[in-house]
Ligand binder design. Sequence first.
Ligand code: AIR
Length: 182
Amino acid sequence: MFIHDCGFFNLQKLSNGLYLRAQEKIYKTSYMKVLIIMGSESDKPVMEESQKYLQFFGIESDMVVASAHRNPDKVRELCITAQEKGFGAVIAAAGMAAALPGVVSAYTSLPVLGVPLEGGLPGGVDALYSIVQMPAGLPVGTLAVGKAGARNAAVLAARILALSIPAVAAKVEAFKQNGYRI
Ligand code: AIR
């Protein structure tokens, strides 16, 4: 099993697959979950596609509304606690001046997958440019605008988690055999 964040502590393996650190703090042995953050409740109908696809791959997800502009403190808190909660990747989606995925990338070292959403300028180009044009050092893996991007963000997250989770790797293979459809 892939073990992260062991530091220099003695680890004791528990029967439930978790590891107990010397100070009684429990860490997950692998990053199983995906955190989906979106800028508004109005983004939900599109981002439910991510959740639907993640379900196919057997990946648990939490879906949270937090805007980089309206609730920056909430975004920060979600990001800085994501890794210790067992998230292995973050999908961040927003429309218009979509700062959210970039801000998420600034606050976490997890892979960040950005989904630009329509609702502002035609075709969602405002959100697309906001998300894809990150400065060097702070990557956001940017997907297509809208539903295709929401689905592909889930598929890419599954491919990332598949590197350390055999059950997800099997699902990724099944997805391929099925013509890349769920
Ligand atoms: N948004 C929310 N805070 C910052 C941004 N960029 C985005 C949302 C949504 C759009 O603005 O992600 O796509 C409109 O949000 P609302 O809440 O007005 O419907």
